[in-house]
Design a protein around this ligand. Structure first.
Ligand code: GLC
Length: 600
């Protein structure tokens, strides 16, 4: 351990030749982070995400070491900029911070799942999200008018494609002023939201932290009068440019400001909103450093600290203000919050999407280890922009990405201004049939997926898992980045390249059944699997029971019947009986429904 004259602190640890490293929140590159050096500094990165970018929107200074099947974790609870160096030496690794103290927790494991349970016990677990949050969501920067939103929803209806939420990006506002609607584009938002709710669809508006500097704008006036904005030590308010132009930023480190911000959500809740999308909360500022001046001093409830020290928790605290504000206003309904920035513990308030990816096959590939490592880092509710945000997607990429999205915990198609439209029907009938098939599949699999969300909210063990969590001693899975598990008995092995209809699939110990064909495969082997554009390779472990529901228009429509698909196994015969009586296989409500078993 060390402490430099400039206040930097560093801790070295021995590195064993069999150590493999996972977690670190939201990072690019492959699953195993041995050989990587990563920085924790919440950053808005629009430039294409690639393996060289070592700081993105989330900072989770935590990782898990797995060595021959045994695991332990380290949570370095330091909000300054931190660096984890698993690269510079073969004998040691280090973690360091620009300031503060070496304050870290060792999570003893011994299994990878134990480490996640311990870490999430410490930093908190995801509250069970409302079911609609787990359905299919459609977004675009931006659906600019009320008519456009109505037409979009009508098209989903006409084409019988399920839909649970539509997002309103920044154009819904009056000059990008948060807590306003543009009166021309959105003349009657309350009616729009009510009408959509009647169709079983929720509206999720974006709320950024930047408040436009405008003396005639009530939120700015209140912020000034209530002393809610971030300031320098001499009391001068910090202003920076974001979407609305010159803006002030609420100081979420103060409880009074968090309460004020929470109360502001009356504006949305009164119109029927139950979910909010927080963006630009690193905070992002359009300047050289891409963020707030580090010399700003946050109030921090009477314990003032610089932005240099609290930068990484700005998004987390905005999430806390928003989530708690919604919770207080929703009369017992569960709120939904989506965030771009966060710190360790962000899962207590929000789902995380992985920011501004592009419509690149490489970004589809990267999304899988990124989300698996977020899951290991205590954030089970995560997903990328399906189809890719920037750049023009293609029908083939959208089809393959929708197949993956059907099984990522968060499932939202979102794309940027000036890119081709990428709603499920934009690329002709063949692609539409495929995107529709997989959006439907999400709803059919909803009872199983929702049960896994329940497990994640109870234990922290993620919904989307690397094979490593279930088979930590199998060397084939240490860096397996192109397959993932849903729970403990389903493997998804998507096609992640253009013009490919075959891939090698590794199946670990056990016997595995092809979900589509019923074909049986032996484990601890690679198999060449065929998958035309309409096929997502999926494998179920023998001995499992999967609870499946039905196609529906949205999660508002209840399953009339839940079917238990039993994959009996001679060697694991009592496995599924244990599952039936023990685990939260089905939610309480569904338990009352008539159950039917189908033997596979
Ligand atoms: C940021 C977000 C993106 C959003 C855009 C406009 O780039 O990451 O999702 O569409 O801002 O609000």
């Amino acid at each position: 351990m060390g402490h430099s004259a400039t206040g930097e602190v560093i801790c070295y640890k021995e590195m064993d030749k069999d150590d493999h490293f996972y977690g670190f929140g939201e990072k690019t590159s492959f699953l195993d982070k041995r050989g990587e050096k990563m920085t924790m500094w919440n950053s808005d990165v629009f430039a294409p995400h690639n393996p060289e970018i070592d700081a993105l929107y989330e900072s989770i200074p935590y990782f898990m070491t797995v060595n021959k099947g045994k695991a332990h974790g380290i949570f370095f609870d330091n909000t300054f900029k931190t660096v984890f160096d698993m690269k510079s030496s073969d004998e040691t690794y280090s973690f360091s911070a620009e300031g503060g103290v070496i304050n870290y927790y060792v999570l003893a494991g011994p299994s990878p799942k134990d480490v996640i349970k311990q870490y999430s016990y410490l930093t908190g677990r995801m509250p069970l999200p409302p079911k609609w949050a787990i359905g299919y969501h459609q977004s675009r920067y931006s659906y600019e008018t009320e008519d456009e939103v109505r037409e979009l929803v009508q098209t989903f209806k006409d084409k019988q494609i399920p839909l649970d939420a539509v997002y309103l990006d920044i154009h819904y506002m009056n000059g990008y002023r948060v807590f306003t609607f543009d009166e021309e584009r959105y003349p009657n938002p309350g009616q729009l939201i009510a009408d959509l709710k009647n169709e079983g669809i929720h509206v999720v508006p974006i709320v950024d932290p930047g408040v436009k500097v405008d003396p005639e704008y009530s939120t700015y006036q209140e912020g000034i009068q209530g002393d809610h904005f971030c300031k320098y030590m001499d009391g001068k308010i910090y202003n920076g440019d974001v979407w609305p132009g010159n803006s002030a930023f609420p100081d979420f480190t103060n409880e009074t400001t968090r309460n004020w911000w929470g109360e502001k959500h009356d504006f949305y809740v009164d119109k029927g909103v139950e979910g909010i999308w927080n963006d630009m909360n690193e905070p992002a500022v359009f300047n050289e450093t891409k963020t707030m001046d580090l010399a700003v001093v946050h109030g921090n409830d009477g314990y003032p600290k610089t932005h240099r020290e609290l930068h990484n928790v700005y998004g987390l605290l905005m999430g806390k203000a928003t989530y708690e504000g919604l919770q207080e206003r929703l009369n017992g309904k569960r709120p939904f919050l989506l965030t771009r920035a966060g710190y360790a513990g962000v899962q207590r308030y929000a789902a995380v999407w992985t920011g501004d990816n592009r419509s690149f096959w490489e970004h589809l590939q990267m999304a899988i280890p990124m989300c698996m490592n977020l899951g290991i880092s205590g954030v089970p509710f995560c997903g990328p922009d399906v189809g890719g945000f920037a750049h023009d997607t293609t029908g083939e990429l959208l089809a393959r990405w929708t197949q993956v999205g059907a099984f990522t915990p968060f499932f939202r198609n979102h794309s940027a201004l000036d890119t081709v439209q990428q709603e499920p029907w934009e690329f002709g009938e063949d692609i539409e049939a495929i995107t529709k098939k997989y959006i439907n599949l999400r709803y059919i699999w909803m009872p199983h997926i929702y049960s896994l969300f329940k497990e994640a909210s109870d234990t922290g063990v993620p919904v989307m898992r690397p094979l490593l969590l279930e088979y930590p001693a199998d060397p084939e899975v240490f860096n397996l980045s192109d397959e993932f598990m849903i729970g403990d008995s389903v493997i998804i092995a998507p096609i992640l390249h253009p013009d490919k209809n075959h891939r090698a699939v590794y199946l670990p110990k056990g016997t595995w059944i092809n979900y589509w064909t019923g074909e049986e495969y032996s484990g601890q082997e690679y198999h060449l699997v065929k998958a035309n554009l309409d096929t997502l390779p999926m494998f179920i472990k023998k001995g499992a029971i999967i609870a499946l529901g039905q196609e529906k228009r949205s999660t508002e429509e209840k399953d009339k019947r839940v079917t238990f698909h039993v994959y009996p196994s001679m060697d694991g015969g009592d496995y599924f009986f244990m599952k039936m009586t023990g685990g939260p296989l089905i939610t309480r409500k569904e338990r009352l429904l008539k159950a039917m078993c189908v033997m596979k």
